[in-house]
Design a protein around this ligand. Structure first.
Ligand SMILES: Nc1ncnc2c1ncn2[C@@H]1O[C@H](COP(=O)(O)OP(=O)(O)OP(=O)(O)O)[C@@H](O)[C@H]1O
Length: 858
């Protein structure tokens, strides 16, 4: 077999170290890719695939992109979850002997991008590391390379908790050990859709000692080192902006499992996966990107500590009433640039002078912000003001050194102010002086030759020249000028003295550009020393921004400050914060919520689409808003501090891929039952609808009883099984409520009002009528329903139900479903077939029809 060319040998050697990345191999002005990389990249990037001789018999596949356009292509690949290794020529090709030396200078991965065009400003971009230990515990480390943030959590209660923790965090990549069991790796990829990277060798790097000082657990240290080792290996450059690892004590925050994070649409909606329509969308009245990111973090981890919640509420209260000051504050905050990411880019070495001017302008706003804050009477707001430490020396340095309007490039001069550096001033003087001398020469020559149109110009090839039009050539004295260039209408000349000045000017200019570049790097290095100060400031500014946003949104939407009490939840005229925003003014019907020691379970009945899930969701969202320190959507609220929220709401779907709807529903219910405490909030919507009526109802009843007898958590339980309302008689802490709907001229009118007691009727048949189904079908449905209603009585309830009994119903499920679809139901089933409802029980089918009708109306 023929040998590869030396360059190809070099390529193959480097590529062997970066098998899981596209290797961008620098050749002159291009990054080239070869072999499979070329084939795949040509498809992913839609660029032409060509061939190149490699020394072998057959040419090899190749494709390339111009180096100056690389950023866009890299962006596309990273967004698709790929990694890109940037391999540069690291010696001057002109002086190189043999093949030019090349090295990978950076491995760009989805979790480690720094370029602002690839980052979403309102969102963190985390890379995480996950380490597992023989005692069954796990350590997760989150790092945002763009801001330097490091957070670390120890999880000692199993793998499921790891998945719940990682879910819904903006993580692009997880670094693991290749020893992590394959099945778990598959779950990370499949359930969470995250790029996996491997770092098996984990060694403590003394360089980062100061970042880990507070980690007193070997496991935390090991987890953190795995992340740092990986980041160091891929980035190969200064990471001076990395911040001390902050340990997240998970038991200090309201725990939300992945189902609840998703069902409640805190930061993104389920269907469109966008911010619009989420709670974050309503609350995000922040004016800085830093504030927006902090708000998102707060929403993902509501607090349990009453003192901190009250401190936030006190600040919001101050901002709420001081609306004039708040406006001034918002205006000032608007001019504050993303200090956090800027600090990261300063450390990384990719800021330009314009960025630093923006830094200066942002910092100049700090005294003004402080001044506004100290005007408030609340001590908590005055404390915020104290956290804003104005870095005077830094502003002075930036002000003295940088030109007010520098260009983007840092290699073309015009970035340093006059008077900052004596040497630079000398060069500039020489250059300006020379130019003045030339202007003077032009004036003198014009006078002497009497040629008014004579001019002195400059171009890169010939330098300075004297230009005389052909018509005036006869006026020039003999022998004084040396001809340099002939144009159609003019001749260009030089003189020895002009040449001499030209050299002085050009030399001064060249030296001054070099010097400016060096000075800029020096300034950047000096600023690096202040990165911790900038990060501290960024943190304080973000907090102020989030709290002013809470005040702004609370005022705009008429939210009220909640009281935190010991045992009861009592909300007057509560509203759903998101739905009320998308409805016309005043269209949303407010409702009360009352839960206490005596009545901790509310069993909600009422027709479909009447507002049962909305009522449940609005309670959860109100609790979360309160526990992040925001006012809440109602007229008055007494709340307790909940430790966990569990939900099973809305369409059960493919969240856990490969599982049936019913299975998902059971997983979610089981998760709640296994983990909830008396201090938790459980919201279960239509449990049991994923299976046939009999076992669905049985399961629903068993679950309610189990919560009632064993957990005693505050619970909202909505159901279609009207029969369950009888439980009020046997379960002393359960109370029936219903959503009111009225029949008006044969139609259902939804009033969306919550009332005490059970709903009197199922409205399925009316709903089907609304859907204009054939009269015969409706009649038949009525008969079937009637039969069902007379047969389906709930099993007598028991106060001593054990959790093990639940499995009995699950086992029974399949046979029960078959029984349901008897031959006598054939006609209805056939009629429904075209609507794909044949898999359902008649009652469920009615519900589906109603949904359908509602959709058609929309
Ligand atoms: N309090 C309210 N005021 C005004 N409109 C409401 C209210 N509650 C709910 N709605 C409207 O009714 C629609 C249906 O509400 P929701 O989904 O909560 O009903 P549901 O009873 O849970 O229905 P299903 O049983 O089908 O899940 C909402 O999308 C909203 O438009």
């Amino acid at each position: 077999m023929a040998k590869y060319t030396p360059m190809m040998e070099q390529y193959l050697k480097i590529k062997a170290e970066y098998k899981d990345a596209f290797l961008f191999f620098r050749l002159g002005d291009f990054y080239e890719m070869f072999f499979d990389d070329a084939i795949n990249a040509s498809q992913e990037l839609e660029i032409t695939l060509t061939k190149r001789d490699s020394g072998q018999k057959e040419p090899i596949p190749m494709c390339g992109i111009p180096y100056h356009a690389a950023e866009n292509y890299i962006k596309v690949l990273i967004e698709k979850g790929y990694k890109v290794a940037i391999c540069e020529q690291v010696e001057d090709p002109k002086t190189a002997k043999g093949v030019v030396k090349r090295e990978v200078i950076q491995l760009i991965t989805p979790g480690t991008v720094m370029e602002s065009t690839m980052l979403n400003e309102g969102e963190n971009n985390y890379i995480a590391s996950l380490s597992h230990f023989t005692d069954g515990s796990y350590v997760i480390v989150y790092n945002d390379l763009s801001t330097g943030e490091n957070r670390i959590a120890l999880i000692s209660h199993g793998w499921d908790a790891v998945i719940h923790e990682l879910y819904n965090q903006p993580i692009k990549e997880v670094v693991i050990s290749s020893n992590l069991p394959q099945e778990l790796q598959e779950q990370l990829k499949g359930r969470l859709n995250i790029t996996l990277s491997y770092q098996d060798e984990v060694k403590f790097n003394a360089e980062y000692r100061s970042l880990c000082e507070n980690l007193n657990d070997e496991r935390l240290l090991k987890g953190f080192s795995r992340l740092l080792n990986y980041v160091q290996d891929t980035q190969k450059r200064s990471l001076d902006h990395l911040q001390k690892a902050e340990v997240i004590e998970l038991n200090q925050y309201l725990s939300l499992d992945m189902y609840s994070k998703r069902n409640l649409e805190l930061t993104e909606t389920i269907i469109k996966k966008g911010k619009h329509g989420s709670l974050l969308w309503v609350l995000d009245k922040t004016v800085t990107a830093m504030g927006s990111r902090m708000l998102k973090k707060w929403l993902e981890r509501p607090l349990l500590n009453k003192a901190i919640i009250e401190e936030r509420l006190e600040i919001v209260e101050g901002f709420y009433h001081g609306f004039i000051e708040r406006d001034t504050l918002r205006e000032a905050l608007k001019s504050v640039y993303d200090l956090e990411r800027l600090a990261g880019r300063i450390a990384f070495g990719n800021v330009n002078a314009r960025d630093l001017i923006q830094l200066k302008q942002s910092l100049e706003k700090i005294p003004q912000i402080k001044e506004v804050l100290i005007q408030f009477e609340q001590d908590q707001i005055k404390d915020l003001a104290r956290e804003l430490v104005f870095p005077k020396h830094l502003v002075e340095l930036l002000d003295a050194s940088l030109a007010d309007e520098p260009p983007i490039s840092i290699k073309e001069g015009a970035i340093i102010k006059d008077g900052y550096n004596e040497q630079l001033d000398n060069y500039r003087y020489a250059s300006r002086n020379g130019k003045q001398w030339i202007a003077e020469l032009e004036r003198k020559e014009k006078q002497e030759t009497k040629i008014k149109s004579l001019k002195i110009g400059y171009n890169r090839v010939f330098g300075y020249y004297i230009e005389v039009t052909k018509a005036n050539l006869h006026l020039l004295p003999e022998g004084k000028y040396e001809r340099k260039q002939t144009l159609t209408n003019a001749e260009r000349y030089i003189t020895p003295e002009l040449k001499e000045k030209e050299e002085l000017i050009l030399e001064a200019e060249e030296k001054s550009v070099d010097l400016e570049y060096n000075l800029f790097i020096e300034i950047r290095e000096q600023i690096k020393e202040h990165i911790p100060e900038l990060q501290h400031l960024a943190n304080a500014v973000s907090k102020i921004d989030v709290l002013q946003a809470f005040a702004a949104v609370s005022e705009a939407n008429n939210y009220k400050r909640p009281n935190f009490v010991e045992e009861k939840v009592s909300i007057k005229n509560g509203r759903h914060p998101v739905i009320e925003q998308v409805m016309n003014d005043g269209a949303f019907v407010p409702n009360d919520v009352s839960l206490d020691e005596d009545k901790n379970i509310l069993l909600i009945t009422g027709p479909n689409m009447s507002g049962k899930s909305t009522y449940m969701r609005q309670l959860a969202l109100t609790v979360i808003m309160g526990q992040i320190g925001c006012f809440v959507p109602c007229d008055e609220a007494d709340l307790i501090i909940f430790d966990q929220i569990f939900t099973r709401i809305g369409a059960a779907d493919d969240l856990v891929s490969g599982q049936s709807t019913f299975m998902v529903e059971m997983l979610e219910a089981n998760h709640a039952i296994a983990n909830a405490t008396k201090k938790s909030l459980i919201l279960l919507d239509e449990i049991g609808r994923g299976t046939s009526t009999y076992d669905g109802m049985a399961l629903a009843q068993a679950i309610v009883e189990y919560i009632h007898n064993n957990i005693k958590a505050k619970t909202l339980f909505s159901t279609h099984y009207h029969e369950l309302t009888a439980l009020e008689e046997t379960l002393s802490n359960l109370k029936n409520i219903h959503v009111r709907a009225e029949e008006y001229e044969g139609n259902v009118v939804f009033l969306h009002q919550i009332k005490e007691g059970a709903a009197d009727e199922s409205y399925g048949i009316h709903v089907a009528k609304l859907a204009d189904l054939p009269e015969s079908l409706i009649e038949r449905a009525r008969t079937i329903l009637h039969q069902l209603e007379s047969n389906d009585k709930p099993a007598p309830s028991t106060e001593k139900m054990e959790s093990g009994q639940l499995s009995f119903f699950v086992e029974e499920k399949k046979t029960a479903k078959k029984q349901k679809l008897s031959a006598s139901d054939e006609k209805v089933i056939n009629d429904l077939k075209h609507l794909n409802l044949f898999e359902m029980t008649p009652l469920e089918a009615m519900n589906e029809l109603y949904r359908l009708q509602k959709d058609v109306k929309k």
